[in-house]
Design a protein around this ligand. Structure first.
Ligand code: F0G
Length: 461
C-alpha cells in the first residue's frame, strides 16, 4: 500500500544549510565518535532524528513574539499572555512556567510524593521515573499488554491497564500510593496514544482510592489528534474540546513544552482547581529551583513564543500533516517488510531492530547497530531505546535485557520534507537488504549512570 504524503500547511521563509558528507567521511566520523551518536557534531549529521524535543521550527508569528517578549523580572506581560493561553487550552486555574519538562517534575513531584511512596504510570519516561525516585518514591509501569508486542495494531497502545492499576493499588495499600501519572502520548511505548475513555477509567480508580492524578503532557496535541481519528465519541470534536475533556479528568499536569508547544525551550505545570495550598508549595519549589513565579527559568521572549506555540500545535491542519508524515514513512516500511512498533506513533517511528537483526543478541545491542548503520548509510542520527540504554543490573553488574530493541526515528516538527522522508525509507530498506552481514557492538568504556550518553563502543568483528 502506498499512502499520499500530506503536503506542508506552511511555506519556508528561513533555511538552515546542511552539509552532506561522503560515506567514507561518515565512517570516519562515527569511528571517531566511538560509535556513540551523542558524540557526533550536529554539523556532521544530515537528518537529525535524535529527538523531537526542542528541535522544532518556530513560526514567523513566534519569532515576532520573541521581539515583543517582556523581560521584566516580575509581572511580565508575556507571563500573563502565557497564563491566558494555558487556562484557555487546558481549562486549569493555575499555570506555572518552568524551563523544561524535567524541571516541572522536579518542582511538582516532591510536593506529591514522599519517601517510601509509590507512583504508578501507564509508562514513565526516564526523567519522570528519575524524579519519582529523587523524591524518595518508587515508580511502577502498568501499560496495557498489547503495547509490549510491536506487531499488534491496536488503536490505543499507550493506555493504562486499569485492572492491573487497581490490583497494584490494592496490593501496595492505597495509603502507600502517592500519585498516578498518565503519559500522553506514551513516549516509551512508541509515542502511542491514550484514549479519553482510558483516562476516565483511570480517573475513576484514582477518585475511588483518593490518589491524585497527574498528566505528563509533552505530546498532548498529538494525543488529541489520535483520539479524534480513533475514538468514535470524539470524531466530530475539535482538538481543543478533546484536550479540555482529557485534562478535566486529572488534578495536575507536568509538561515539556519542547514538543507539542513547538518551542526550543520551556515547560509548564498546571493545577486544575484553585488549590492555593498546593500552589504555595509549587511556588516555593519554583522560586528556589527555577526562578520567580512569573518567569520560571525562562526568558520573557520564551514565554511569549510558548503562548503562541501552544495554539499552533493544536491546529488540525498542522496535526494532519505531522501525523501524515509518520504514516507515509510507516507505509513504505510496511511495503518493505520492516517491523516497527505499530501502528506508528505521534512523534516517531520505533524500528524493531531485534526483528531486523535476529543474529545480534541483546548484549551486542542490535538497535545501536541499526542506529550506526543509518548514520553510515545516509547521515541520519537516531537513538537507541533498548538494552544499551537500559544498562547493567546495579547489584550484579550484569547487562540487563530490555523488553524491546528499538531504534527511534524521532521527527522534529516543521523541519523535514517529503524528500527527507524518502531518504529515511530508502536507507532503512538498503540496510534491511544487507541485514545478515551486520554485526553487533561491545562496550569499551562506560560511566556509572546514564551510560548511553557517554559510553565508548567498538564493533565486534
Ligand atoms: N516526559 C516525556 C513523556 C518526555 O518525552 C520528556 C522528554 C520529558 C518528560 C522531559 O522533558 O526533556 O523537556 O526535560 N523527552 C525527550 C525525548 C528528551 O527525546 O523523548 P524535558
Amino acid at each position: 500500500m502506498t499512502i499520499k504524503y500530506v503536503a506542508e500547511p506552511f511555506r519556508i521563509k528561513m533555511v538552515e544549510t546542511l552539509k552532506v558528507l561522503s560515506r567514507e567521511e561518515r565512517e570516519e566520523k562515527i569511528k571517531d565518535a566511538k560509535y556513540n551518536l551523542f558524540n557526533l557534531k550536529s554539523e556532521d549529521v544530515y537528518i537529525d532524528l535524535c529527538t523531537d524535543s526542542g528541535t522544532n521550527a518556530m513560526s514567523s508569528e513566534q519569532w515576532a513574539g520573541i521581539m515583543v517578549g517582556d523581560e521584566s523580572y516580575a509581572g511580565s506581560k508575556s507571563y500573563f499572555k502565557l497564563m491566558e493561553a494555558g487556562k484557555d487550552i487546558f481549562g486549569y486555574e493555575i499555570i506555572q512556567p518552568v524551563h523544561q519538562g524535567r524541571a516541572a517534575e522536579k518542582v511538582l513531584f516532591p510536593v506529591l510524593i514522599s519517601k517510601g511512596k509509590y507512583a504508578i504510570a501507564n509508562m514513565f519516561f526516564d526523567t519522570t521515573r528519575a524524579h519519582v525516585e529523587l523524591a524518595g518514591g518508587r515508580a511502577i509501569d502498568c501499560v496495557v499488554e498489547e503495547a509490549k508486542d510491536p506487531t499488534i495494531r491496536a488503536p490505543f497502545k499507550g493506555n493504562m491497564d486499569v485492572e492491573k492499576l487497581e490490583a497494584t493499588i490494592n496490593e501496595l495499600g492505597k495509603e502507600n500510593v502517592g500519585l498516578v501519572v498518565m503519559t500522553i502520548t506514551n513516549n516509551s511505548a512508541g509515542g502511542q496514544p491514550v484514549s479519553v475513555q482510558n483516562m476516565r477509567d483511570v480517573s475513576a480508580v484514582c477518585k475511588k482510592y483518593g490518589i491524585p492524578l497527574d498528566i505528563d503532557a509533552a505530546r498532548f496535541s498529538e494525543n488529541a489528534y489520535f483520539v479524534k481519528q480513533r475514538e468514535e465519541e470524539f470524531k466530530n470534536s475539535s482538538i481543543k474540546e478533546i484536550t479540555r475533556e482529557m485534562f478535566s479528568y486529572a488534578d495536575t499536569f507536568s509538561m515539556s513544552a519542547k514538543k507539542d508547544a513547538i518551542v526550543n525551550m520551556g515547560g509548564l505545570i498546571g493545577i486544575k482547581e484553585d488549590d492555593q495550598e498546593l500552589y504555595q508549595k509549587v511556588k516555593a519549589n519554583c522560586i528556589s529551583n527555577e526562578g520567580f513565579t512569573t518567569y520560571g527559568g525562562l526568558s520573557g521572549r520564551d514565554l511569549e513564543a510558548l503562548a503562541i506555540g501552544l495554539y499552533e500545535g493544536q491546529d488540525e491542519d498542522f496535526l494532519t500533516y505531522r501525523i501524515g508524515q509518520l504514516e507515509y514513512l510507516a507505509a513504505k516500511l510496511d511495503n518493505a517488510g520492516i517491523a516497527y512498533q505499530a501502528p506508528v506513533g505521534g512523534h516517531g517511528l520505533f524500528i524493531d531492530a531485534k526483528a531486523m537483526f535476529p543474529q545480534i543478541p541483546y548484549y551486542e545491542y542490535p538497535a545501536q547497530a541499526l542506529a550506526i548503520e543509518l548514520y553510515k548509510e545516509a547521515g541520519i542520527r537516531t537513538s537507541e531505546i533498548g538494552s544499551y540504554m537500559m544498562g547493567n543490573d546495579p547489584d550484579t553488574g550484569e547487562q540487563l535485557e530490555a523488553q524491546f530493541e528499538f531504534t527511534r526515528l524521532a521527527v522534529p516538527r516543521r523541519v523535514y520534507t517529503q524528500a527527507h522522508f524518502d531518504i529515511m525509507a530508502d536507507a532503512l530498506i538498503a540496510i534491511k537488504d544487507r541485514a545478515d552481514s551486520i554485526k553487533g557492538y561491545r562496550i569499551a568504556w562506560q560511566p556509572m549512570i546514564l551510560r548511553h550518553f557517554q559510553a565508548h563502543l567498538e564493533p565486534i568483528v
